[in-house]
Ligand binder design. Sequence first.
Ligand SMILES: C[S@@+](CC[C@H](N)C(=O)[O-])C[C@H]1O[C@@H](n2cnc3c(N)ncnc32)[C@H](O)[C@@H]1O
Length: 325
Amino acid sequence: MVEIDFHSSVESNTLYREAADALRENRIDSKFLYFTPRQTALWREVFLRHSPLHGNSEFTRIYREAFARVAERTGAKRRFLVGLGCGTGLKELELHSTLAARGGEILFAAIDASRDLVRESAERLIAAGATHHGSLVCDLAQAGDIGRWLDDVGGDLPRIITFFGLFPNFLPPVITRLFRAVLRPGDLLLASAHLAPVTDGIGHDIPAAMNAVLPQYDNPETLIWLSAALEEAGLENLVEPPEMKIGQIGKIPAFIASARWKSAAPFEQWGRRFTPRPDEPLRVFYSLRYTPALFENLLKREGFAVERLALTACRQEAIWCIRLG
Ligand SMILES: C[S@@+](CC[C@H](N)C(=O)[O-])C[C@H]1O[C@@H](n2cnc3c(N)ncnc32)[C@H](O)[C@@H]1O
């Protein structure tokens, strides 16, 4: 039986409060897209059908190359591999095998908002030979104290932390706060970001670049997955089906799915009263699409050392190594 801890951020009272706070701001919190087993299954379908990782060898190449560079750098010491928002853990499995090929023990911890995905990835890496002292179900956006849990589980071991596919779904201040909470001097954090595939490095062609990747988001499987979040929240009869559009959040290009309120009639949910505004659709989902320059400037401004390890030829995804500056 895999040992799994539960952070206070995923206690049911906290979750109801956050779901209600988000609804008050006319949005669904991203973690509620993945919570139930049904949502996890629907997301898996989206991932299998629409992630360019399947069917484009460039996406597997950048992970392979990035992992090889990290393994070269860290040698055969004992290390603590931490998968933040690890999903199925398949990328961490590949990183583990690249590290393990150089010898040395690897302790692994899976951390995700979904209990099913935490269990799945922990079991996967244990089967591959990783040592496991515990994994954590946790809301990474509310885990300012997560460093203490990592200290308890991994002690002084140098950390290799993954943060794959999560840059699109968290706002920059949440990410930089989390990175400060998990990184210590000498630790490495590997992060990937989905990118707007601009050609000029400056971003003059962002609209065309966003249009080129829109079908990865505007498709029946993604909209069914997002509709499930509306059903889980008990809102399915109050809003129209979600629609995916190209927009911006802060100054970052984004795909944004919104659902129009059917009426302005007040309703009660989670013990609170809400009054929708039909002219302001409910934001169900967003996915930020950085350019390499936007990504690197953001982290450098916040005092992190950022090194680009690999970029796909289609410029849609890159992997960086991030350390405390
Ligand atoms: C787009 S998937 C990426 C999964 C995996 N890292 C990969 O690259 O295939 C996002 C993952 O983040 C998790 N997640 C989303 N919001 C979260 C939150 N607030 N806290 C912790 N995990 C979260 C989801 O459960 C899901 O496993």
